[in-house]
Structure formats: C-alpha cells, structure tokens
Design a protein around this ligand. Structure first.
Ligand SMILES: [Zn+2]
Ligand SMILES: [Zn+2]
Length: 273
C-alpha cells in the first residue's frame, strides 16, 4: 500500500501545498480521502486520475477538505466520456453537498452535452452517507470508520484501511478522541492533520486563535501515536506551514512523545507500507 500526500496545506493559501487530501494506492485500488484545493493536479503528479478511483471518502464538510470535489466529479465525467460513476462516501450532509455542486455545474454540463455527441447526460455519482462505525469494502481494501471530534463541525469521520496485511489510518481534523484511538491501533501509518499549538498561540490573529480548540497539535498527535502502537506518524495540513529547515524542530517536538518514524509531509510525499 502506498499513501501519497496529495495535499499538505490548510485553508491558508500556499504556493507549494495543495489543500488537504490523501491518496491511498492499494494495488490497483485508488482511494482518495478529501478533495482540497488542487487535488486533481496533485493526483496527476501521483500517477492517478479521478477515473482510477474506487471512491472518494470525505472526512467533513469544511471547505478546505471539499472545495475541489467538483473538479474530481467533472474530470471523471469528461475523461470517461460520461461512463464513469464516481463513488463518494462521507458524513451526513455529503449527499446534499454533492447535489448542490451538481447544480453549480449545470451550465458546464449543458455546454458539454450540447457540444460532444458522446455525452448524453450529466456526471454519474453514487453518494453514500456514513454513520460512524460503518465498515465496507472497496475492491480488496477493507475500510472501517469512526467518529472524530472537531466541534462545532459535526459529524466528522475518520477512516482506517487494510489491504494484504498493511494498515493505515487517515483521520482528518480532530482533537485526540476514542474514535482516533480505535482507528490508529497498531497501524502501519497514521496520517494526522496538525497545528503547531505553540506557534498558533503566539499569533494574535483571532481567527487563528479559534483553531486551537478543534485540532490536534504535533504533541497530541505524537501522544496518540505512542498510545496506540502506531509505526509511522505522518503529519499533514500543517499550520503554520513549515519550511524544510524547520522540519527537524517539528520532528523533535513529536519525538519527545513518540519513538516511531515521524514524517513531515510535503505534497507528493509517499509512504510505502
Ligand atoms: Zn476542519
Ligand atoms: Zn482542515
């Protein structure tokens, strides 16, 4: 199983970091978790395409995690000449979100159907709303889910993947909680969105101060990893985004609490399990 960080950024625009998304490549089965800014461009860089996807799994409906889902839908539609049916899973609310995105795409859908004879109808999607704890299979990958905690954003869902003995958890924005503990138990890799609590605390911007109570800090992610027997801790959605010369300091902070491998994600960083 390969885990490709297709976007390691956050809502803060960054020339080098696409918005949050992570691609799981388990054999021929490609699964995308979240669809932030620039996701289709980064999928191309990762050797994938929307029409390779067994599914898109959404953790929550914050804009940074879903803003380019419309591009995944449209690119899948056009590149499959209208035949591809994109499976989308997410928390309650995802069906209405996708339906509204489809409405926003109506002018484009109309133009392309009018212009291309092979296109006779709009994009096909199959949307499944999940309850935390639901489990399902995508080809030969088993997926389990649990509730995460990102209040007032509710509900939020984290995912665990198993394929041929390899295990990975991708949990999105959350504070440490029972659901994350469950998903990360003994996994080969735990992908966690993080903030540097100390650096955010030092920034007087009130909107940055607000993010302190609903994200994991680097230290908390490391403590979660240690508590649950994780082998590799992969940090993404980095706020504030570090430059490579700052990575050792980020790693040192996590290493005080976790003695496994620690990866500070760049876009297209790949972890092979
Ligand atoms: Zn969020
Ligand atoms: Zn986020």
């Amino acid at each position: 199983m390969d885990i490709v960080l297709t976007g390691t950024g956050s809502p803060i625009p960054d020339a080098n970091r696409a918005g949050p998304s992570t691609l799981i490549k388990a054999g021929d089965t490609h699964i995308l978790v979240d669809a932030g800014r620039g996701v289709v461009m980064r999928m191309a860089g990762a050797g994938s395409m929307p029409f390779f996807l067994a599914a898109v799994l959404i953790t929550h409906l914050h804009s940074d995690h879903v803003t380019d889902l419309n591009d995944v839908i449209t690119t899948n539609w056009v590149m499959t000449q209208g035949n591809g049916n994109l499976a989308i899973y997410g928390p309650p609310g995802i069906a209405q979100f996708v339906e509204r995105q489809m409405h926003s795409l109506e002018p484009d859908i109309g133009y392309r159907i009018a212009h291309h004879a092979v296109l006779t109808e709009g994009p096909k999607v199959t949307v499944t709303e999940l309850a935390p704890g639901d489990a399902f299979s995508l080809n030969d990958v088993s997926v389990t889910t649990a509730a995460t905690v990102h209040a007032p954003v509710h509900p939020t869902i984290g995912y665990r993947f198993e394929h041929e003995g390899a295990t990975a958890a991708v949990v999105g924005d959350t504070i440490p909680c029972a659901g994350v503990d469950e998903l990360t138990t003994d996994v080969g890799a735990y992908v966690q969105t993080v903030i540097r609590r100390d650096m955010v605390e030092a920034n007087p911007n009130p909107m940055l101060q607000d993010i302190l109570d609903y994200h994991s800090g680097v230290v908390e992610a490391a403590q979660t990893a240690a508590r649950n027997g994780v082998k590799r801790l992969v940090l993404t959605h980095l706020v504030p985004a570090p430059t490579p010369d700052q990575y050792p300091e980020w790693i040192a902070r996590a290493a005080e609490h976790f003695d496994g491998e620690i990866v500070i994600g760049d876009d297209l960083t790949t972890i092979t399990l």
